[in-house]
Design a protein around this ligand. Structure first.
Ligand code: HAM
Length: 420
């Protein structure tokens, strides 16, 4: 046994379980593809400044969890802890803001955070990410939220909840922040929490400890101090969500782990996951573009954690694998039959039938086991005697029924039988 293993907090996704992962990932992206969002790829590493400035220096993500390294050219680079800042960097770099707006984008890929690993919390994980950039329209907020909901629904998930709030914007959050700071200053808090209250007072609202929560009952809430325009924005978002058939829970103390949020902010939680219950989250981020040196344009988006959503799918006992896998499996017995098998598998694959055969001499028993494991509905078994008779045996692996098929008709018969 080698001493090399996957790094702490990471894992390998192997067949056959990987089919579930892929099904979840693809089901979550399907609503985005159907809604006309364009696919983007950006590098998995960026200039460290993209995240330091974009996500915010005071967040745990930036201050404690980034995989940052200096490359051989002396640049400080960081493996992306999330996908939004990189997409915004690309939006600005390629001046997408000067074309038709909004620019609607989606991507899916790896993210990296140096977190303490536990069930549902990993150092390498996969996010499906959706961003609609350049337009501040509450209807767009509702569209984005509804797309995330659609993905969960398409998977058959039922035990999830949308937590929704508005975090205000520069017209009202500074005043609210002062109110909150004054309120927190009067509480009985330990030194570290006090320090946190100074850097990012909103984070204290999210403190899970009962002794802290008990003191927060009368805390001022952002939603009660929204400016007229952000309140109107939030009201409109909720009306559109109702029109779209999306239900939610008001979460006035919702705090996200990233600094860029303004106005509409949300999270999806699943009740079957224990401590790491967030399967997705997002919101509007009016200041992100400017923070990255771009024009003053807003955006709204979300990311869904594929790994956690898979855990939610498993927690609800859902069967999500629609992938047929191999349809036909060819079992050759003998050297001549092997030639036929290789040719037949090649022809079937070219015709769009998923087909496989055995490699390495395995004998009938091993080969039939491989056929069963492949999930194929049909096997073609050919031995030397069959060849001499000019036939092959076509066997339905579900019923065990078998019939001899003339070699000249074999390809067409297999193709017709497996329904391709
Ligand atoms: P986030 O809430 O930090 O938001 O992450 C989104 C989702 O990624 C989480 O709800 C969770 O499912 C998953 N996730 C986060 N960290 C881990 C981890 N260590 N292990 C497993 N899964 C994890 C963002 O990343 C924002 N960029 C979302 C966004 C897009 N906001 C606007 N646009």
């Amino acid at each position: 046994m080698s001493d090399l293993t996957a790094p702490k907090g990471t894992f390998d996704t192997l067949p056959p379980a990987s089919a579930q992962f892929r099904a979840v990932r693809d089901t979550l992206t399907a609503p985005l593809r159907r809604a006309g969002y364009g696919y983007v790829e950006t590098p998995v590493f960026e200039d460290t400044a993209v995240f330091a400035r974009g996500v915010g220096e005071s967040t745990d993500v930036v201050s404690k969890e980034m995989y940052t390294f200096t490359d051989r050219g002396g640049r400080s680079l960081t493996l992306r802890p999330e996908l939004t800042a990189g997409l915004m960097r690309a939006f600005i770099e390629h001046r997408l803001y000067s074309g038709a707006l909004p620019v609607k984008l989606w991507t899916v890929g790896s993210a990296f955070r140096y977190e303490r690993p536990q069930a549902g919390r990993y150092r390498h994980f996969t996010q499906v990410d959706c961003e609609a950039l350049g337009v501040d329209d509450p209807a767009l907020d509702a569209e984005v939220v509804a797309l995330a909901v659609q993905g969960f629904r398409d998977l058959g998930l039922a035990d999830f909840e949308l937590l929704l709030t508005s975090l205000g914007d520069s017209t009202c959050r500074p005043q609210y922040r002062e109110l909150l700071v004054d309120f927190l200053a009067k509480l009985d808090l330990d030194e570290e929490t006090r320090r946190r209250a100074e850097i990012n007072p909103l984070r204290v609202l999210d403190d899970k400890r009962p002794e802290v929560q008990a003191q927060l009952d009368d805390a001022p809430l952002m939603v009660d101090h929204l400016s007229d325009s952000t309140k109107a924005h939030y009201d409109a978002v909720r009306e559109y969500l109702t029109d779209l058939g999306v239900t939610w829970t008001e979460a006035p103390k919702l705090v996200r782990g990233l600094d860029y949020y303004t106005k509409t902010t949300f999270e999806f939680v699943h009740s079957g996951l224990g401590a790491q219950s967030a399967i997705g989250g997002g919101g509007r981020y009016d200041g992100l573009s400017a923070a990255l040196g771009g024009p003053d344009v807003s955006g709204i988006g979300y990311a869904v954690g594929v790994d956690r959503t898979l855990l939610a799918v498993q927690a609800e006992g859902l069967d999500v694998v629609a992938d047929a896998g191999v349809q036909a499996f060819v079992v050759p017995l003998g050297a001549e039959a092997k030639k036929l098998a290789v040719r037949l598998v090649g022809q079937l694959r070219q015709a769009g039938v998923s087909a496989d055969t055995v490699y390495g001499d395995r004998g009938l028993k091993g080969a039939m086991k491989a056929a069963d494991r492949s999930g194929a509905t049909h096997a073609v078994v050919v031995g030397d005697r069959d060849l001499a008779d000019g036939v092959a045996q076509l066997r339905d692996l579900r019923t065990g029924e078998q019939s001899a098929v003339p070699l000249a008709e074999l390809f067409e018969r297999v193709r017709a039988t497996v329904g391709a």
